[in-house]
Design a protein around this ligand. Sequence first.
Ligand code: COA
Length: 197
Amino acid sequence: MGTVDHWLHDRPPTAITADAWSLDRSHPNDLGQQVDAVNESLEQLRPWMPWAQVPADVASIGAFLRQADVSWEEGREFQFAVHADSRGADEGGAELVRPIIGYCGLHDRLGAGALEIGYWVRSSHTGRGVATAAAAALIRAALAVDGVERVEIHCDAANTKSSAIPPKLGYRLDRIDRRPPEAPGETDQHMVWVFPS
Ligand SMILES: CC(C)(COP(=O)(O)OP(=O)(O)OC[C@H]1O[C@@H](n2cnc3c(N)ncnc32)[C@H](O)[C@@H]1OP(=O)(O)O)[C@@H](O)C(=O)NCCC(=O)NCCS
């Protein structure tokens, strides 16, 4: 549960449909799959994600997933694994493991009334609209949470793949802040996209 003085008391749903994909609350059981997804995508992640400078392992991803679980309970961060939305079963009826094709989340780090959306997509699944669909679904989920009036996407001006997404979804470029680079591909130009515009 959130702390008494925390502005956010509600939570988004633990499962959200995003076009052909589903966003499912991050779970410690994602461990093996997420290590694989990150390591397969390192080359694409490294320029933009400070945490992706070295290969992932069960220790680093395990710590991330445990923290994600705690943060969800505290109402400070809502991390989702992105899955292909086919809940298959094998011949014995057991649910098949659905590959994780990305990760996204809502973050309470902008102050009261606003959540920030973050996303990355597994390299094998980029260029198909996954991040766009996930971000669109997260806008709806965030604005349905009591007390949330605004969502933002922050990205470096050089990250053209990422910065192409918010304008497609109707965001307005509010400003470009100067911020020291945190990952090797970043400039000091930090774009702040706001919805509703
Ligand atoms: C940025 C990133 C999340 C984009 O993920 P993605 O799933 O490939 O993004 P999308 O597929 O939604 O959009 C990208 C492309 O798919 C195309 N696309 C294909 N089908 C689409 C559809 N149905 N809907 C929307 N776009 C579609 C888009 O036109 C776009 O094409 P372009 O790259 O030629 O401009 C991904 O490249 C990534 O993980 N990068 C590293 C991490 C990162 O930078 N995260 C963001 C930090 S701010």
